[in-house]
Design a protein around this ligand. Structure first.
Ligand SMILES: [Cu+2]
Length: 137
């Protein structure tokens, strides 16, 4: 019985030593994970630009969130046969709307200039779940 216990301890000790050797891989994983978070936010929100284009497709604004420079413009294009509109719901600056609810047909565009910094929310009034956001800075 004691010999079996000794064997178990011997195996555990060897196992711990092997694990210790495996721990030397850590510097690799630490280095790569530090680089990635810096790239993901810019890919999602996009850099602040003078002119941004948003597509209306699949009953959604794409991309749903954009960033535009103060004084810049956002241009929406309806890329499907379903009628849409662009109507501001919240945020600084004057209210805006592309016109009558759902009046933008396929191929129609609507352009809006943003002169006030802040976060602006908008919606397509005929599709309440079709929302978007603009960061002006
Ligand atoms: Cu719509």
């Amino acid at each position: 019985m004691k010999k079996i216990l000794l064997l178990v301890f011997a195996c555990l000790a060897l196992g711990l030593m092997a694990t210790g050797c495996g721990g030397d891989d850590e510097p690799n994983s630490g280095g790569s994970s530090a680089d990635q978070p810096a790239e993901e936010p810019s890919a999602a929100a996009g850099p602040a630009e003078d002119a941004v284009e948003v597509s209306m497709e699949g009953i959604a604004f794409n991309p749903p969130k954009v960033t535009v420079k103060k004084g810049g413009t956002v241009t929406w294009t309806n890329d499907e046969s379903v009628g849409h509109d662009v109507t501001k719901t919240d945020g600084p600056g004057p209210d805006f709307s592309s016109g009558d609810p759902g009046a933008m047909g396929e191929g129609d565009t609507y352009e809006q200039t943003f002169d006030t910094a802040g976060e602006i929310a908008y919606v397509c009034t005929v599709h309440p779940s079709m929302t978007g956001a603009i960061t002006v800075k």
